[in-house]
Ligand binder design. Structure first.
Ligand code: HEM
Length: 398
């Protein structure tokens, strides 16, 4: 008997209450590159296997980022920032923007944030240890990344919370289907940076805004709009993703007490534990590209202009690449996960994300003896981000 049609990748309910992994597993097995024509959504291709997915992400000549990098209901409408923002541009434009910022994101530069990450972790933990039930997502994980790297993003003092709030609303474009809330939030982030550019022109510091302004003064062809949009993207990219590794990672450790014990006792290397939690949580569910010309992919023929989505969450569970992919194994090695993407747009913040996650885990293992889940976690109804919106817990020092 033929199996029923697989639909519903854009159905928010699948992510909040359903089992998307069951859908992806079946797609990997039956139709690695599949066409989806779903209600209230323009049609698109979905790539769920590792090799085909990486082939798309690695080939910007065939699959462009300039039409947007996430699915959205009205794919044919123009997308703000398309072809301008770092993440929404292809080479050579993309290379220019990425080069201007690269020095601030090297592993060595990331290591410079260790002390700040330790300080912020300790301060956030102090607020919740032996302090009764809290929501880990909003009281801890959401605050952490932006507080650590606020200076890098040019955000200081009381603006940190403000920009964090905009950044959160800006990416919540799924619950907010017509995009009005996220659009308004983007405008707020843009307005913030427009002001900052003027200030950094006269007084540059060691942040991304200054890096772009200085590059501009050196003759690099970057407009103020491009700088602003790229900074907006950074604030969103850094804040939403790292928090998901922390909250989804904490839940995964609670579900796997033997792995938590191994982490506590130091019998698994921190570096591999971090990467396994990044694989396990896969904060970015999918990435989108637009086919530049008619082109074959797997056993299908993609037409020029069609949207091609690559489901990172599915690639990270591909049985042909990962040994026992449905098990959390903190000592997994090798671990060629694609949570940071692949190809030219590979996450520029990966060293920082790894550092922040590692430091937070270390401080939690040091300062928290017992972690207790005190209610039902809630997942976000989002096909873009793979995230928890509520994780009730109590942390105990003994
Ligand atoms: C665990 C945390 C993180 C995850 C899972 C993650 C994931 C990703 C992914 C999948 C991409 C590829 C986008 C594409 O190909 O279209 C990406 C790109 C990017 N990420 Fe991250 N990210 C994380 C943390 C960060 C942090 C901390 C920062 C900044 C401080 C950051 C900044 C960026 C930027 C600017 C890009 C665009 C790079 C480009 O277009 O060349 N990310 N990230």
């Amino acid at each position: 008997m033929a199996s029923p049609a697989i639909t519903g990748l854009t159905d928010p309910h699948l992510y909040s209450h359903g089992d998307p992994h069951a859908v992806w597993t079946r797609l990997r097995r039956e139709r690695p590159v599949s066409w989806h024509d779903e209600p209230d959504h323009e049609p698109f291709w979905a790539v769920t296997t590792y090799d085909e997915g990486l082939a798309v992400l690695s080939d910007w000549k065939r699959f462009s980022s300039a039409g947007g990098t996430f699915l959205r209901p009205n794919l044919s409408d123009p997308y703000p920032g398309a072809g301008v923002m770092m993440t929404l541009s292809d080479p050579p434009r993309h290379d220019v923007l990425r080069k201007a910022a690269a020095a601030l994101f090297t592993p060595k530069a990331a290591a410079g944030f260790r002390a700040r990450a330790t300080e912020v972790s300790q301060s956030l933990l102090r607020g919740v240890v032996d302090a009764g039930p809290h929501d880990f997502v909003n009281d801890v994980a959401a605050r952490y990344p932006l507080q650590v790297i606020a200076g890098l993003l040019g955000v200081e003092g009381e603006d940190v919370e403000r920009v964090a709030g905009f950044a959160e609303a800006a990416v919540d474009n799924i619950a907010d289907l017509d995009g009005m809330v996220s659009h308004q939030a983007h405008l707020e982030v843009l307005a913030y940076y427009a002001e900052l550019i003027e200030e950094r022109r006269t007084r540059p510091t060691n942040d991304v805004v200054s890096a772009f302004v200085l590059a501009q003064a050196d003759g690099l062809d970057i407009t103020d709009d491009e700088i602003i949009l790229t900074c907006d993207n950074l604030a969103v990219a850094a804040g939403e993703t790292t928090r998901q590794v922390l909250s989804g990672g904490l839940l995964a450790l609670l579900d796997n007490p033997a792995q938590l014990a191994a982490l506590r006792s130091g019998t698994v290397p921190l570096r591999s534990a971090v990467d396994e939690l990044v694989r396990w949580t896969t904060p970015v569910n999918h990435l989108m590209r637009t086919a530049v010309a008619d082109t074959p992919l797997g056993d299908v023929e993609i037409r020029a202009g069609q949207a091609v989505s690559v489901w990172l969450s599915s690639l990270n569970r591909d049985e042909t690449v990962f040994d026992r992919p449905t098990e959390l194994r903190l000592d997994r090695n090798p671990n060629p996960h694609v949570s940071f993407g692949g190809g030219r747009h590979f996450c520029i913040g990966a060293p920082l994300a790894r550092l922040m996650t590692g430091v937070f885990l270390e401080e939690t293992m040091r300062g928290v003896a017992r972690i207790e889940l005190v209610g039902e976690p809630r997942r976000k109804p989002s096909y873009v981000t793979n995230s928890l919106e509520f994780l009730p817990f109590s942390f105990h020092s003994e």
